[in-house]
Design a protein. Structure first.
Length: 111
């Protein structure tokens, strides 16, 4: 696997939030899902930067939604988890599971 194929922790959170929200989620919803479920104080711009990076990797797709009156006639950018992103998430989980199983004998990690 090349260097760019590994997922960082925040990339995993963004992809998992997208998976939870389902298809065509606005970036703001991804941000809210991450802050709600993790309790972490994250910058909304960090979510958009990460979505852009994941889009370049082919892990998410982006499309413009319909214009809405609530947004002054502007459309929202909507994101979707792609099969490549789901596979990258599965690989990341498998890698962590292997390490957790190997480390379970450490006294501080028991229980």
């Amino acid at each position: 696997m090349g260097k760019g194929e590994y997922l960082g922790e925040f990339e995993q959170l963004v992809l998992l939030a997208l998976a939870t929200l389902g298809a065509d989620a606005p970036g703001r919803d991804v941000y809210e899902e991450i802050t709600r479920t993790t309790g972490r104080d994250v910058a909304v711009t960090a979510v958009y930067v990460t979505l852009s990076r994941l889009h370049k990797k082919g892990y998410v797709s982006a499309a413009m939604g319909e214009a809405t009156p609530e947004r002054g006639g502007r459309a929202k950018k909507l994101f979707r988890l792609e099969p490549e992103g789901a596979e990258a998430l599965k690989r990341a989980r498998e890698q962590l599971d292997v390490l957790w199983r190997a480390a379970k004998s450490h006294p501080e990690l028991r229980g």
